[in-house]
Design a protein around this ligand. Structure first.
Ligand SMILES: Cc1ncc(C[n+]2csc(CCOP(=O)(O)OP(=O)(O)O)c2C)c(N)n1
Ligand SMILES: [Mg+2]
Length: 764
């Protein structure tokens, strides 16, 4: 009837989920997918009414605690945070990580969820964090569909889980299909457990304990889940359960019927092997109960489900009522007071005859009415205008809140502590040593902080910012990983979801592309999609911008700006600013990506005397050179290029103001760029991204959002890298990216347009 827009259900997969729920203990964690409704119901973490509330997109957190109406049905979650965004006691909770729709998207984070148990068990310094763990005894229960095991994320995560030997019970709900596509298209040999045989642990080799069990065989399921969970919990060994012969009685989702692609034989087989039917046969055969008792249970189940559905629908409608009623009242008043009675009556009539009117129908009606009232000065118009303001804010809360942390630990609320230098300490060090001192202080101060990534452990990362820190703080704090960017991020997300403070390192920004799916789908959406119910304050560290060639000097900023809303994006120009950002983030519960300058690790910087304490606030640009003629807005490695150009410009009599925005998300909260443009009336935005990329973003922020348009005497200009990736070698870099000369020429051209006598054309 169009009451719910889309439905996807867990039918045909009930029985293994009951077995899994029975093996699940308080403190355990689930990372699964949209079929897991029976598990959530059996655990008591989902009521039937909540189930239907999500189907109807009810925006109250109480009605749909998993997503407050933001996610389609079948996207389950418990809340790990209280109303203030503070952790609840996870070691005494059932913890279901909020689902994502992309198939296998639940896999990468499993690595970190399980890895946290390993850290909690083996790192005795974490014992005091008993709110998060009972000495690492928690098991992660992963679920996935058979077809989704074809995804790269599945295999990358399985390998990482096996390497790390962490307590994960990984189950596959195998119904032989992925929507319409049968097994033979998905899996070599048609069986995921067949091809995973090499993962089986032996007496001498570590690996997984593998199980295969029929999804309708209750006794076998109970035995399998109990055994697997005990092995994972006690031995900290991953286990894998291939649950076969499952069905899908109603087809994949509400968007199509499975009769189109399943043969009659298959449909018959599915009917006969439905796990609830088989369970019934088993209960009767074993004489556990009578057919009449089971009939009664089935009847009651239907009645209970219907009652929950009706209650959820009623509650949803009640939540829609106040806006609707006030809109009708405003329209009634307008009809009385306005000269446009017939048109307004029509609007009211349309609204009143709309079946199940939504918030959008109500807003549309009042906005349409306001167009008729635009030349009138009556109470109805005033009321309508005030009402629009009020409901817009309420709807912003409903649909746009919690993209970032709204708790007292928001990164934007961390107090600024200015950097200090001791008088006698004029010594200059390599930039990487500034970071090294910052990380050393952080690791010493807070035992929940740890860092990992490719080459981060033994050698202390390829640029040596962690040099010596593994030897000093131990392998559990500073650790190498395999080459597996998606699951490095997943390892960070999972550990952060469990209250730890990971720094996940991606060796080069160019390789962040491999991890982008998990960053954008899982990490960046987490607080938003749970409406502040879950958080993963992960710090992602990488290095980028200038160095050498196509895959070591990338600055794909617009790709990040377009995909990582929900994370903060920090682009420090040197290692001191980077250290200040790390210190800010360590105190916050937001997640952020920091891009250090690849060519900055050996440049000399002064070492702050308060290296472990000073903070750099997010969203506050720094004017790194004052000037009066032209404002140049930039960040990262470009700061040095622009500063050099500004020197040359000064020689010809042009005064350049250089602004380092420092963070792209958030962007210039106090409006420092605007104030500069008010003074210079000319502005250039420059970075190393492609044309129309990061520079265009900055232009939109300053010209449109801050309103600098009104203060310009010349057209606003961008200067970016070339359309292609940078070529190798010094000349390759020079001709692929903005350089001192191109910056000089852009600024000069602006001045030449203003005063061609003083600044004649240089080249024509
Ligand atoms: C990355 C991605 N690709 C495609 C889809 C569309 N899609 C949703 S479910 C599905 C089939 C999944 O089949 P399976 O993993 O066997 O799970 P089942 O639904 O059968 O339980 C597909 C292709 C998606 N959600 N995500
Ligand atoms: Mg399937």
């Amino acid at each position: 009837m169009g009451k719910a827009k889309f439905g996807i259900f867990g039918d045909g997969k009930e029985l293994p989920q009951i077995a899994m729920a029975k093996a699940f203990q308080k403190g355990d964690i689930r990372s699964g997918y949209y079929r897991d409704q029976t598990f959530m119901l059996a655990l008591g973490e989902l009521t039937l009414e909540q189930y239907f509330a999500q189907l109807y997109a009810h925006t109250d957190v109480q009605a749909d605690p998993a997503s407050a109406g933001r996610l389609m049905n079948g996207h389950f979650a418990t809340r790990s945070l209280d109303d203030q965004g503070q952790w609840i006691n996870l070691s005494e909770s059932n913890y279901a990580i909020s689902d994502v729709s992309p198939t296998a998207g639940q896999m990468p984070r499993m690595v970190g969820l399980g890895y946290a148990s390993k850290l909690f068990r083996n790192n005795l310094d974490l014992e005091s964090l008993s709110n998060f763990s009972n000495q690492g005894n928690e098991v992660v229960f992963g679920t996935i569909g058979n077809a989704a095991t074809s995804e790269g994320m599945f295999f990358e995560a399985m390998n990482a889980i096996g390497v790390l030997q962490i307590p994960v019970v990984m189950s596959v709900w195998d119904d032989d299909y992925g929507i319409s596509v049968p097994q033979e298209y998905h899996t070599t040999k048609g069986s995921i457990s067949a091809i995973l045989q090499g993962y089986q642990r032996t007496k001498t080799e570590k690996g997984f304990e593998l199980f295969k069990v029929k999804g309708w065989d209750y006794a076998a399921l109970m035995e399998t889940f109990k055994t697997a969970a005990a092995i994972s919990r006690e031995e900290h060994v991953p286990t894998f359960i291939h649950v076969t012969e499952l069905t899908q009685p109603q087809g994949h989702s509400t968007s199509g019927s499975h009769e189109r692609y399943k043969s009659d034989e298959r449909l018959e087989w599915e009917k006969a092997h439905d796990c609830i039917l088989k369970f019934r046969e088993y209960l009767l055969a074993e004489d556990f109960c009578s057919a009449a008792e089971l009939d009664q249970i089935e009847l009651e189940a239907k009645t209970t489900a219907k009652a929950a559905k009706n209650a959820a629908w009623k509650a949803f409608n009640v939540s829609m009522k106040p806006d609707y009623l006030s809109a009708i009242a405003i329209l009634d008043k307008a009809i009385l007071q306005s000269a446009h009675k017939p048109a307004l009556k029509d609007i009211k009539n349309v609204l009143e005859t709309t079946l199940n009117p939504l918030r959008m129908d109500v807003i549309k009606a009042i906005k349409k009415a306001l167009r008729y009232l635009r030349n009138e000065r009556n109470d109805a118009r005033k009321e309508a205008m005030a009402w629009i303001q009020q409901v817009s804010e309420a709807n912003r809360q409903r649909y746009s809140s919690h993209l970032y942390s709204e708790s007292e630990h928001s990164a934007l609320k961390v107090p600024e502590v200015k950097v200090q230098y001791s008088q006698d300490e004029e010594k200059m060090v390599d930039g990487r040593q500034v970071l090294q001192a910052c990380f050393d202080a952080a690791l010493s101060r807070d035992s929940s902080i740890f860092a990992f990534g490719e080459d981060v452990g033994l050698i202390g990362d390829v640029n040596q910012a962690f040099a010596g820190l593994q030897a000093k703080h131990g392998e559990m704090r500073v650790t190498d990983t395999g080459i597996r960017e998606i699951t490095i991020i997943g390892q960070g997300i999972g550990a952060a979801l469990r209250g730890l403070r990971p720094i996940a390192e991606i060796q080069y920004l160019d390789y962040l592309v491999y991890a982008l799916a998990t960053l954008t789908d899982d990490l960046a959406t987490l607080q938003y999609r749970t409406r502040g119910g879950q958080k993963a304050p992960l710090i992602v560290r990488t290095r980028g911008h200038r160095l050498e060639g196509v895959w070591h000097s990338g600055s794909p900023i617009s790709m990040l700006l377009g995909s990582l809303r929900g994370m903060y994006l920090l682009v420090p120009r040197n290692m001191t600013q980077a250290a200040g950002f790390y210190n800010t983030l360590f105190q916050s519960d937001d997640t952020a990506l920091i891009i250090e300058c690849l060519n900055g690790y050996r440049l000399k910087e002064r070492i702050p005397s308060n290296i472990g304490e000073f903070t750099v606030p997010l969203g506050v640009p720094e004017i790194i050179r004052e000037g009066s003629d032209v404002t140049v807005v930039t960040y990262g490695s470009m700061c040095r290029v622009v500063m050099e150009a500004a020197e040359h410009l000064q020689e010809v009599g042009i005064s350049t103001e250089v602004i380092d925005v420092q963070t792209l998300i958030p962007f210039d909260i106090p409006g420092i760029c605007l104030e500069s443009v008010k003074k210079t009336n000319r502005v250039i935005f420059t970075d190393e991204d492609v044309p129309g990329g990061g520079s265009a973003y900055m232009m939109q922020q300053v010209i449109e959002k801050q309103g600098a348009y009104a203060y310009l005497d010349a057209e606003p200009v961008t200067l970016s890298g070339a359309d292609h990736r940078p070529a190798y070698g010094s000349d390759g870099d020079y001709f692929s990216k903005p350089n001192t000369e191109t910056v000089f020429d852009k600024v000069y051209a602006l001045m030449s347009e203003t005063d061609p006598i003083a600044f004649p054309d240089l080249y024509k």
